[in-house]
Design a protein around this ligand. Structure first.
Ligand code: OAD
Length: 263
């Protein structure tokens, strides 16, 4: 991808500058440049020999609660050591420039919040929150529990404490999913950043938006089924591309009259 002269950057910025209702769907790729490992690019090191389903499912947790607990504490350490990257910052800036902007994320980290994004829907939960796997009581983790190699016991029922993230085979939080679905149906532009688009129902959202008449912009170093749907596919890292797009939107909105939307 070349610099700002790239016509695809220009076209993406034009679409965003003229959109009335923008929804942005993010995946693990938006946090990759912050040093947070993605899922399907296989984590390196200690955990690469396990299938995520072994580590992010009721079956995996029942089979070896300690292993699952240590994997999440490892990921939580990674998230807490990370900082939002220029892609997160650009999305927060875009929210401030847009008439209406809703960020729907599959990520369980808090990097969008720390970058200043405000309207955020977490489809897959939050890694920094915990609840009892039996009675669903919320649990505030103690530092000693954070360092433990086994999950703590619930103060209410003695069940095992788990992270409040969606595991394979579990339903997404109904209210959050319904809200994201409605926003996708009503938006006139869906910006997709850093997702392989293989996990449903999140991966349905681009189709829902497209069928409702929205334009699609996809940002990813790799082509996917979503890039095939997109009106504009920006191939490259979001930390590099999103700041360029946002800068162009700023120029389009600040100076020149609103151009007629591109054909
Ligand atoms: P994946 O690991 O499946 O895909 C990450 C995507 O990010 C890939 O398409 C990469 O090409 C892309 N990518 C890598 N580096 C990037 C960069 N610098 N900028 C932009 N994109 C980049 O992660 P997700 O699509 O988020 O579910 O996975 C969806 C869900 O599957 C996750 O939320 C998780 C997992 O099981 C739950 O936790 C419930």
């Amino acid at each position: 991808m070349t610099g700002s002269a790239d016509p695809r950057i220009e076209k993406a910025a034009q679409l965003l500058a003229h959109a009335q209702r923008i929804v942005c769907l993010t995946g693990a790729g938006v946090s990759a440049e912050s040093g947070v490992a993605t899922f399907r690019n296989a984590e390196t090191g200690l955990w690469s020999q396990f299938a995520p389903q072994q580590l992010a499912s009721q079956e995996g947790f029942s089979a070896d609660p300690g292993l699952v607990w240590r994997w999440y504490m490892h990921r939580l350490d990674m998230v807490e050591r990370a900082w939002p990257n220029a892609g997160h910052d650009a999305l927060a800036a875009l929210e401030r420039l847009a008439a209406s902007f809703t960020l729907v994320t599959q990520n369980v980290d808090d990097l969008h919040e720390r970058a200043g994004s405000r309207r955020i829907l977490h489809l897959h939960g939050r890694i920094s929150r915990f609840h009892c796997n039996r009675c669903h009581f919320e649990h505030d983790l103690l530092p000693s529990e954070r360092r433990a190699s086994e999950p703590p016991a619930c103060h209410n029922c003695g069940g095992l404490i788990r992270p409040s993230v969606v595991w394979f085979g579990e339903n997404l939080p109904r209210r959050v999913l319904d809200h994201a679905w409605r926003e996708a149906e009503r938006c006139d532009l869906l910006l997709v950043v850093g997702t392989s688009g293989v996990v449903y129902p999140a991966a349905h959202l681009p189709l829902v938006a497209k069928q409702s008449g929205a334009r699609i912009v996809d940002v990813n170093p790799e082509p996917s089924e979503i890039s095939a749907l997109a009106d504009v596919f920006l191939q490259g890292p979001s930390g590099e591309l999103l700041p360029q797009v946002t800068q162009h939107v700023r120029i389009l909105q600040g100076g020149a009259q609103k151009q007629p939307p591109p054909e």
